[in-house]
Design a binder for this molecule. Structure first.
Ligand code: GFP
Length: 831
């Protein structure tokens, strides 16, 4: 090897194409034991990522060092889900090295896009909750906050969805089959997580009654770190994912007895804890393995936080001054009793001091008002698995109930509603109640949602602790959801108004003036068309469908759930079909309807919706009369990566949940930012999107929250709506009578029964006439392209509020008490 080459191979952090090439070659050879002649694409991808990691490591280490030296307050975001998707593009955008890496790949004979597509999505989440956590990590790093994600490194993320004969089939998501080059395993960071055993009382030297948790079994939590770079600011934070590993000593006795296979099986059992992400359907199932996962995450994370804390600080009473812990939903709320246990049993504090530290350090985010989604762990399960925690929860509850009595007098019903432990045949621990009582702030995720939780599920608590409740409207990161996924639009915007919008999304308001700039508007609309064509090519290649790029791209992508009402769009598609059949010569505005989303494996109705959508799609797409007028598709295996393809190409964003049921939504924000027009109900963050973009730039229809309540109160009858609307009745009859599934005519009876005999809990029929009218408005507007694109641009220009940078700034200021870091973070942006 020549000296020049070896010199190049030693360059580790150069930011130019040549040094990047040298590193890729070096990693192929010295990390992967192959070379450019023999490597396959996967190996090439891996060495590209390793070369990116080389460029992150210094900043990663320096950032942590700075936090240590300055004793910066740390924010820990604990979440069972982080739906981070692919990382390569994101890292390169944030490092400002996209072009250099593209060129390096090209010079070495590879197409960057092809290499990027090798990466499996890290799909460690179900939907909005997990994606929100991922956007927050990006924003915390970009704002320069010392913010750390803590989660689980599931071997299997959310299942892969296949469609077979129109039905959803689930397949395991083996994303780690070939490992992931993004995660660094830290053998030095490993903690025992204990389960079972019993709580044993004893008297300490000072004569105080204390407890020890004894005879426990344990499993180890091993840290795996993924770097989270901020946008061009030199900050690299950390996402720490725990993997369960078996304790080394566990099998020795079995080995001695020659029971090799059993010993190995035991290892398997321990490691099952981090095996698979639970697919959640907003119905609490209550399986013990899930409870184990939750405690596994909480216990390892708290041990890690306190270990670090003690390295820098002496007095645990200052914990809330230097540490804020955010529980993403109730899933990590065992942090309340676990922190209490550590402070009392291991650190020797009394109850009051421990309680004060705990409440001030923790906070909790609520993501749903659906009562069936709220976690309630059976007391019997907790007694077995976490006996000491249960004992602490009982004590918390006893003290809390006393306070309720003090506050409200002897209001038995109220006490029953507020109790952390519910009585009844199977007493259980209400994790939301525990979260409200044991933390200093509880937040909802959109203004309407926060109002609702105060008025409904948490009303009693709000009356007792009004100051605890706060709203933090969700947001999305503009880096991934505009700069990265819609490069042509991002470039156009930057060429017009500069690039400050990337970190100050409200600067997009400057685009408002461009609506009358014909040249700009032409470019803006051309980009939408290009994006539609790009999507069409992608769909053709991956699904074999031909999309009509002249049609309105009308897209609904999200988990399949009755409250999200995919059924309403499916009915609309069928009604359009009927209309075109009956009026073959009538002019129609062409439409291509696209659905994507997963149904939880145990959610039969949602799975039936998928089958129905596919049956309706088959009918439409195979009828020559529909050509050029109507199409309908269900794209399988919805993912972050697929969303990145679909959103920039959308004309219409479907946000049509029953009012009061969608806490916020974040897809609605992504679509609007990319210039899709929302058709939606006044639900979740749609309300705030409307406020921002203006009433004339969003198409709102249907019942409001109050309207829903009123209709239910006054006695809703879905039959009346069925009989009153001919087009609607025709579609429901067709669904019921097998028109879309002639070989199995009764297949969809569960759906039609729930709409009619079941009285349509989600009010699809009640809202349908208004929805169909709203769709006519869409058609009318789309027929006037100049008007349409003005509305679209107002959406892009006016949704700056929904940057997750704003959301995180609000958390930092009102919940975490670290607004000082925020200002500092902003200073070094753009440097
Ligand atoms: C949940 C809520 C959404 C909300 C997200 C993030 O989403 O309305 O936007 O959390 O707060 F339902 P899923 O996890 O249920 O998709």
């Amino acid at each position: 090897m020549s000296t020049t080459t070896s010199k190049k191979l030693n360059v580790k952090t150069g930011m130019d194409t040549e040094s990047i090439k040298a590193d890729i070659l070096s990693h192929l050879r010295y990390s992967l034991a192959t070379d450019i002649e023999t490597a396959n694409k996967k190996e090439f991808y891996k060495s590209v990522v390793l070369s990116v990691m080389d460029r992150l490591h210094d900043s990663w280490l320096n950032t942590q060092k700075e936090y240590r030296e300055k004793k910066t307050k740390k924010i820990y975001y604990i979440s069972m889900e982080f739906l981070i998707g692919r990382l390569l593009d994101n890292a390169l955008v944030n490092l400002n090295l996209e072009q250099e890496f593209r060129d390096a790949c090209k010079d070495l004979g590879y197409d960057y896009e092809e290499i990027r597509d090798i990466e499996n999505d890290a799909a460690l989440g179900n939907g909005g909750l997990g994606r929100l956590a991922a956007c927050f990590l990006d924003s915390m790093a970009t704002l320069g906050l010392a913010g750390f994600g803590y989660g689980i490194k599931y071997d299997y993320g959310i299942f892969k969805q296949k469609i077979h004969d129109g039905y959803q089939i689930e397949r395991p998501d083996d994303w780690l089959r070939f490992g992931t080059p993004w995660a660094t395993t830290r053998p030095s960071v490993m903690y025992p997580v204990r389960f079972y055993g019993r709580s044993v009382p004893y008297t300490d030297e000072d004569g105080h009654l204390r407890f020890k948790w004894e005879n426990t079994q344990h499993v180890y939590a091993l840290a795996n770190d993924i770097p989270m770079p901020g946008f061009r600011n030199g900050v690299v934070n950390n996402l720490r994912l725990w993997k369960a590993t078996s304790p080394k000593s566990l099998d020795l006795t079995s080995f001695n007895q020659g029971e090799y296979i059993n010993a190995v099986r035991d290892i398997e059992l321990h490691e099952n804890i981090s095996r698979v992400l639970y697919p959640n359907d907003k119905i609490f199932v209550g399986q013990e393995l899930r409870l184990k996962q939750e405690y596994f995450l909480v216990s390892s994370t708290l041990q890690d936080i306190l270990r670090e804390y003690k390295q820098q600080h002496d007095d645990l009473r200052d914990l809330p001054k230097y540490v804020a812990i955010q529980c993403n939903d109730t899933h990590p709320n065992l942090a309340v009793p676990d922190l209490m246990r550590i402070l009392m049993d291991e650190e020797g504090f009394d109850w009051e001091t421990s309680w004060d530290i705990t409440v001030k350090t923790l906070s909790y985010t609520n993501h749903t008002v659906l009562p069936e989604a709220l976690e309630k762990w059976p007391v019997s399960m907790l007694r077995n698995l976490l006996p000491r925690h249960l004992q602490i929860i009982y004590e918390i509850n006893k003290r809390f109930i006393n306070k309720v009595h003090e506050h409200f007098g002897d209001d038995v019903n109220r006490v029953r509603r507020m109790s952390i432990i519910s009585e009844g045949e199977q007493p259980s621990v209400q994790m939301a109640n525990l979260g409200i009582v044991g933390t200093h702030k509880v937040n909802g995720v959109a203004a309407l949602h926060t109002d609702l939780i105060k008025k409904t599920i948490f009303r009693d608590f709000f009356e007792m602790y009004p100051e605890r409740f706060t709203n933090k409207t969700n947001g999305i990161t503009p880096r991934r959801w505009l700069k990265q996924c819609n490069k042509p639009l991002a470039d156009l915007i930057t060429s017009e108004i500069g690039d400050s919008w990337i970190t100050h999304l409200s600067d997009l308001r400057k685009l408002d003036d461009k609506v009358n700039d014909k040249k700009f508007m032409k470019k803006y609309s051309d980009i939408k068309q290009q994006n539609k064509e790009r999507l069409a090519a992608y769909v053709k290649e991956n699904y074999g469908f031909e999309l009509n790029t002249k049609a309105i791209f009308d897209i609904q992508i999200k988990r399949i759930h009755e409250y999200k009402r995919q059924l309403m769009l499916a009915i609309y598609a069928a009604a359009q079909y009927n209309y075109i059949k009956a009026n073959p010569d009538a002019p129609v505005v062409p439409r291509t309807i696209i659905f994507a989303g997963k149904a939880a494996p145990g959610y039969a109705m949602a799975k039936m919706f998928i089958k129905l959508i596919n049956s309706i799609s088959d009918k439409i797409n195979n009828d020559p009369d529909m050509e050029g007028k109507l199409q309908c598709f269900f794209l399988d295996n919805y993912s972050v990566t697929l969303a990145e393809q679909l959103i920039p190409a959308a004309d219409v964003s479907e946000q049509i949940s029953t009012a009061g049921m969608e806490a916020s939504g974040t897809g609605n924000m992504k679509f609007a930012l990319n210039g899709a027009v929302t058709i939606g109900t006044l639900d979740g963050a749609n309300v705030e999107i409307k406020e921002e973009v203006g009433d004339e730039n969003i198409i709102i229809f249907g019942l409001t929250v109050e309207g829903v309540e009123e209709l239910r109160r006054s006695g809703y009858s879905s039959w009346e709506y069925y009989n009153a609307d001919k087009a609607l009745k025709q579609v429901i009859d067709q669904i019921r009578d097998g028109f879309f599934e002639p070989d199995h005519p009764s297949l969809f009876h569960t759906i039609t029964n729930s709409l009619l005999d079941g009285n349509d809990y989600f009010l699809v029929l009640a809202d349908y006439p208004a929805y169909a009218e709203a769709q006519k408005e869409v058609d009318a507007l789309y027929s006037k392209p100049d008007e349409w694109f003005k509305v679209a641009l107002y959406n892009t220009a006016r949704v700056g509020k929904f940057s997750s940078d704003r959301t995180i700034s609000d958390y930092a200021t009102d919940i975490w008490g670290c607004e000082d870091q925020l200002n500092k973070g902003r200073e070094y942006q753009g440097s």
